[in-house]
Design a protein around this ligand. Structure first.
Ligand code: SF4
Ligand code: SF4
Length: 358
């Protein structure tokens, strides 16, 4: 009988990933002893059996053409027996069992214009959502600001010169497909105006009870007589749920839409527990194609953190240590009324001591 695991045939979901594991990963499953970063973008995993698996990490633009994906596959065929994986932050990782192949692979990637890095105390690829390319409720673009920010911060991707890991994420609306709440720096698209009610479209194409039920703040009132709706603007939090249900309630607005920046989130349990990000900059305008205001604000936060944090300290840990007052002072970000949380359960997060750190 074969010692390969048996996979029952199924037509539900994707095929079992174990079929595609690199042979060394399959052989050493559950036996990995430790891993270490050898240089920017290169890592080794060492097994109890003595096997070593080398990983070379390359950044990707996330929105990929089939031409690029085929190129990745060709590279994996040439160096890795056809094995690669995508990380959750859209990097591509090539697996090597022979360390002699590391430098030729890196040279090949560089020749093709694919950046190597994003590992350890660095900025890794920015995870982002769909933006203007695809989704119907974005308050900003996704790929555009991410490209502009990463172009400016590329040195922090290619080298490991930050105090700790720095994860940046973008979600183009507060539905947050991008899970920005748990990244060191979050770029979050926000709407600032309620939906417009296009009565004609609403009456022809929307089911009023569904639209009313979709609003989390009960801001929508039906008008059954005229088969339309009205919106209580004071109650609206500009979430866009109603527009998902009804094309007659668009909320995109050139002046109202823009970007907010949040800082200090993380998933890791190292040193301190996982944390949600908190508001740093309430609003920056959409300014395509290069989003200069957003890029400048993020660069300032990164450089201030790089200068002031202790080794391995994450952005949120650094802010907690120096105090939020000091964070605003050092980064030059203005503290505004929007920074004061007025959510009814916000009390729990309020500072309740007299320990202010200036
Ligand atoms: S974050 Fe919002 S706008 Fe962006 S892709 Fe997700 S739902 Fe759409
Ligand atoms: S945008 Fe959100 S809060 Fe405002 S009316 Fe629509 S569903 Fe309600």
């Amino acid at each position: 009988m074969s010692d390969q695991p048996y996979f029952a045939p199924t037509d539900i979901g994707p095929p079992d990933y174990q079929q595609f594991l690199h042979p060394l990963i399959k052989k050493n499953y559950g036996k990995w002893k430790y891993h270490e970063i050898l240089k920017p973008g290169v890592m080794v995993h060492v097994s109890e059996t003595g096997d070593k698996l080398y990983t070379v990490r390359q950044g990707s633009p996330r929105l990929l053409s089939t031409v690029t994906i085929r190129e990745y596959a060709d590279i994996a065929e040439k160096y890795c027996g056809g094995h690669l994986r995508f990380t959750s932050r859209h990097n591509v990782e090539y697996f090597l069992d022979d360390p002699a192949k590391i430098d030729p692979l890196i040279a090949d990637l560089k020749k093709r214009g694919f950046p190597v890095g994003g590992m350890g105390n660095a900025i890794t690829s920015i995870v982002h959502t769909q933006g203007w390319v695809h989704c119907h409720t974005p308050a900003t673009d996704a790929s555009g600001p991410v490209k502009a920010v990463m172009d400016e911060l590329f040195e922090y991707f290619a080298e490991m010169k930050l105090p700790g890991k720095l994860r940046i994420a973008l979600a183009c609306c507060l539905n947050m497909c991008g899970a920005v709440h748990c990244s060191d720096i979050a770029i979050l698209g926000i709407h600032r105006k309620p939906p417009k009610v296009l009565g004609d479209v609403v009456s022809k194409s929307c089911e009023l009870p569904n639209v009313v039920a979709a609003c989390p703040t009960f801001a929508i009132k039906p008008n059954p007589k005229e088969k339309t709706l009205s919106i209580n603007e004071d109650r609206c939090m500009y979430c866009g749920n109603c527009y998902t249900m009804c094309p007659g309630l668009p909320l995109a607005d050139a002046d109202g839409d823009g970007i907010s920046l949040w800082v200090g989130g993380k998933v890791s349990n190292a040193r301190s527990g996982p944390a949600f990000s908190k508001l740093a900059v309430p609003f920056l305008p959409n300014n395509p194609p290069r989003w200069p205001e957003t890029v400048a604000a993020i660069k300032k936060i990164v450089e201030t953190y790089a200068k002031g944090a202790k080794p391995y300290e994450r952005l949120g840990e650094w802010i907690e240590r120096i105090g939020w007052e000091s964070f605003f002072k050092q980064t030059g970000i203005e503290f505004t009324e929007q920074h004061i949380d007025d959510f009814k359960l916000a009390q729990k997060s309020f500072r309740s001591t007299t320990q202010f750190r200036w």
